[in-house]
Design a protein around this ligand. Structure first.
Ligand code: AKG
Length: 285
């Protein structure tokens, strides 16, 4: 049955207000201690979307089941559906579809893993902001994001008062970021907010938000995992996942496979195969 709340009740009124006003949210207890430990013990190397391994079977989703579990966490999936899902697609499900577990109406775009923010990292560049993938909107009771990041800190970032930083509200700004504020290694403007997190927290932010990495000037370690999601029809990266590369893992269910579909309008009869058992031709009634 369709929920009366357009966002399916996944976000509290306070969370909706905060995400709309500030462009980010912190979700506590998104991961358990044992999931964090597993990520730490199976993390192989840093990863960037523009530095993808030549052999695709070396990517993070092949390291251990925990990296595939992160695709579709029970603690986050309804929130992602509310922030970057397509409610129209859910409404258009056929009777046959409704009888099955709903597939996410958004997709994984790319994964970043930062392990290089050791002591004396002098700070990154503020980036993000409004653009094709940095779009943000709220229309007819629904959020629209062109690209949505979920970051997990594997170590507490309070010793540095945060590693992630942003200018809250800048996802709605109309005026360009002052040039002198871009480079955080040259100083952190007062408007930049430090966001500290503990392992288990998920920081969810829209890429329309001006954000970056603070200078890291403590001995404590910082390792951060970013899963970035796109609307089902859009992509930031040019290097798409293919569900067929993951179908052989027992832990891959239909939802996880569908998150790895390349960008498309999710029309019936398309070539990509987001389910383990192929859709039988159905009579819509
Ligand atoms: O260090 C951080 O948490 C920010 C990373 C970042 O700027 C990004 O993923 O776009």
């Amino acid at each position: 049955m369709l929920n009366e709340d357009p966002d399916g009740g996944a976000l509290s009124l306070e969370q909706k207000y905060l995400f709309d006003a500030f462009g980010y949210l912190i979700i506590p207890n998104a991961l358990t201690t044992s999931q964090i430990d597993r990520l730490k013990s199976t993390l192989r190397r840093p990863a960037e979307q523009w530095d993808a391994p030549a052999d695709k079977s070396e990517g993070p989703l092949h390291w251990d089941p925990i990296w595939r579990d992160l695709l579709d966490l029970r603690t986050l999936a309804p929130i992602l559906e509310a922030l970057i899902g397509d409610p129209g697609l859910l409404d258009r499900r056929t009777t046959n579809d409704v009888a099955r577990e709903p597939l996410p109406t958004y997709r994984l775009d790319h994964i970043n893993i930062h392990t290089d923010r050791g002591k004396d990292f002098s700070g990154g560049m503020l980036h993000g902001g409004r653009g094709t993938n940095g779009s943000f909107g709220y229309r007819n009771g629904h959020f629209h994001n062109g690209l949505l990041a979920v970051s997990f800190e594997l170590y507490d970032t309070h010793p540095n008062n945060g590693g992630f930083c942003c200018i809250p509200g800048s996802h709605k700004s109309n005026v360009s970021l002052p040039h002198s504020w871009h480079d955080l290694s040259k100083g952190v403007a007062d408007a930049v907010k430090r966001i500290a997190a503990v392992p288990g927290d998920a920081i969810i932010f829209t890429e329309a938000l001006t954000h970056g990495t603070l200078p890291w000037n403590v001995a404590a370690k910082r390792n951060t995992v970013f899963y970035k999601y796109s609307p089902h029809h859009a992509s930031w990266t040019a290097d798409y996942f293919d569900p067929d590369d993951f179908r052989h893992y027992d832990d891959m269910d239909d939802r996880k496979l569908s998150l790895l579909e390349p960008p498309n309008a999710r029309y019936r009869g398309r070539q990509s195969r987001p389910r383990r058992i192929e859709d039988e031709p159905t009579k819509e009634n």
